[in-house]
Design a protein around this ligand. Structure first.
Ligand code: MRU
Length: 356
């Protein structure tokens, strides 16, 4: 399975996803600014993956700081936090990971650890975030594969696969597991204009895993749903709010509405780190607007006349009423039950888990 990011000998290796599927090339980052640029330019993308990148970027930032005492280290880490935080606005995982890294640094400074000890601990923490993410995705797979039956045709949008995470993926985890369990499944992959994460990345991941798939243009999904050729949809999320509204790649909302219209279940795979329990509803989610050139050009070639404008919203918000269930590492839940898992784990979850 392709891996999006790795920490190796004090550097952060980022697989350049903008060059996939044609070339597998790593970018070696030796400064937090390089990591931030990779996030901005979608060399690494997908909510959990950019969280991991931000965590590693923070550890790299700490390494770049020449501090004699921990007070200075903590002070100089503030602009690193800010710079990485501003890389992309929508995925909550980015801020979540940075917050965790900052708290770790502060805690250790408070405990009287040395500058070197804190720097080493930050690398370990970033590694832990990475490892935990893979474990979480596998748990999402276990819960989510229950919704996939032998013979199902599954629609997915964008890439919420191994490349978008520490490994294994969120929306793809139930798909990978169902396939491993021997269920005969077929995946319909939306190409996902304008950056083509579906065509370039999800299609590649499905092919590598040997899962039968068909690539479609985004505007074909409605017709296939209408013709009863899709049994369920599973997508990822960049930020899901407390009330169950889901921000994900532009076009997700259309898929969700079309699923409801055609009585097809629409599932969202979301690690708890992608759920923003502090945010009441989807209207408050900052939606990234990207450069219009992503719309004007396809793989370096201009497809529209000059002298016009383009809108390029990177994400949309699907209201909770279109979401059948949100699949997390602790179970699947109706969106209106999310509030009850705010504490993460613990007793009482059995009572609110979604059973189809
Ligand atoms: O712009 P991108 O490629 O970062 O958008 C990615 C998505 O929309 C994914 O579906 C989402 O981040 C979930 S990844 C597990």
């Amino acid at each position: 399975m392709l891996r999006a990011i790795e920490h190796k000998k004090g550097a952060v290796l980022i697989l350049d996803q903008s060059r996939l599927p044609h070339s597998i090339t790593d970018i070696k980052c030796t400064s937090w600014r390089q990591v931030s640029r990779c996030i901005k330019e979608l060399k690494i993308r997908g909510a959990p993956a950019i969280g991991i990148a931000a965590a590693m970027g923070y550890a790299l930032g700490a390494e770049e700081i020449n501090a004699k005492d921990t007070g200075t280290l903590i002070e100089k880490l503030a602009p690193v936090f800010e710079g990485l935080f501003e890389s992309r606005p929508t995925a909550v995982n980015l801020g979540w990971a940075l917050q965790r890294m900052m708290e770790k640094a502060r805690l250790l400074a408070g405990e009287g650890r040395t500058v070197r000890q804190i720097k080493d601990a930050l690398w370990r923490e970033a590694g832990l975030i990475h490892k935990e993410d893979i474990r979480i995705n596998k748990a999402i797979g276990v819960w989510g594969s229950q919704f996939i039956k032998d013979g199902d045709v599954i629609l997915t949008h964008c890439n919420a696969g191994a490349l978008a995470t520490g490994g294994y993926g969120t929306a793809t985890a139930p798909i990978f597991l169902a396939h491993k369990q021997g269920k005969r499944i077929h995946v319909i992959v939306d190409e996902t204009r304008p950056v083509l994460q579906g065509a370039r990345l999800t299609a590649l991941e499905m092919r590598e895993a040997g899962i039968p798939m068909t690539l479609i243009t985004d505007n074909s999904a409605g017709a296939l749903l209408q013709q009863r050729r899709i049994n369920l949809a599973i997508v990822g999320t960049d930020r899901t709010t407390r009330n169950g509204d889901v921000a994900n790649k532009i076009g997700t909302y259309s898929v969700a509405v079309l699923c409801k219209e055609n009585k097809v279940p629409f599932y969202v795979a979301a690690p708890l780190s992608s759920i923003d329990f502090s945010m009441r509803s989807g209207g408050l989610i900052p939606i990234e607007q990207r450069h219009e050139n992503e719309v004007f050009f396809v793989r370096g070639r201009r497809i529209a006349p000059t002298g016009i404008r383009a809108a390029n919203l990177a994400f949309d918000v699907t209201p909770a009423r279109y979401v059948t269930a949100i699949i997390t590492e602790v179970g699947a839940f109706r969106p209106n039950q999310l509030k009850k898992i705010a504490s993460g784990k613990g007793a009482g979850l059995d009572a609110v888990r979604y059973v189809p």
